[in-house]
Design a protein around this ligand. Sequence first.
Ligand code: ADP
Length: 161
Amino acid sequence: MIIALYPGSFDPITNGHLDIATRASKLFDKTVIGIFATPEKNLMFSLEERVVLAKKAVAHLPKIEVMPYTTITVDFAKEIKAQVLVRGLRMIGDFEWEFEMAMMNQMLSPGLETVCFMASQEYQFLSASLIKEVAGLGGDITDLVPSYVAEALKKKGIGKK
Ligand code: ADP
């Protein structure tokens, strides 16, 4: 049984994240979306909120689970017996960072393989931070996040009124 961990901050989950998780779930027996509690980013949503939004997004996908974690990613991978780390690669920008992370994780946990999925064309430009910025300026994000994520952004006081 191959278990894959898809780690990230998911602040909030977007259709780009969902695309990667869904595609991963077709290859692996179980895919866990791991939501890291304290990334070095200014967060808009609390850990609990990020987990609830992600859980809603994958409720219809039995091979995908959502779990929060607070430790270094490789330790969480061990804890849930994941053999694979899933990451998404958007055009150009992501490669250098993902490569560094994969090398570091390989050193920290030999045998834990990083598998990168190329972002789908329609989500190449999509990031959680851009979503927050566009929503904050009143831009239409309907096709880029699940409807309840757009609602949650509105509740935070940003997004189309
Ligand atoms: P981000 O703020 O970039 O969305 P995350 O930590 O939530 O950051 O991202 C987790 C993983 O998902 C990373 O590997 C990131 O490259 C990938 N990812 C984020 N957005 C997309 C997207 N639109 N398409 C494919 N992969 C993505």
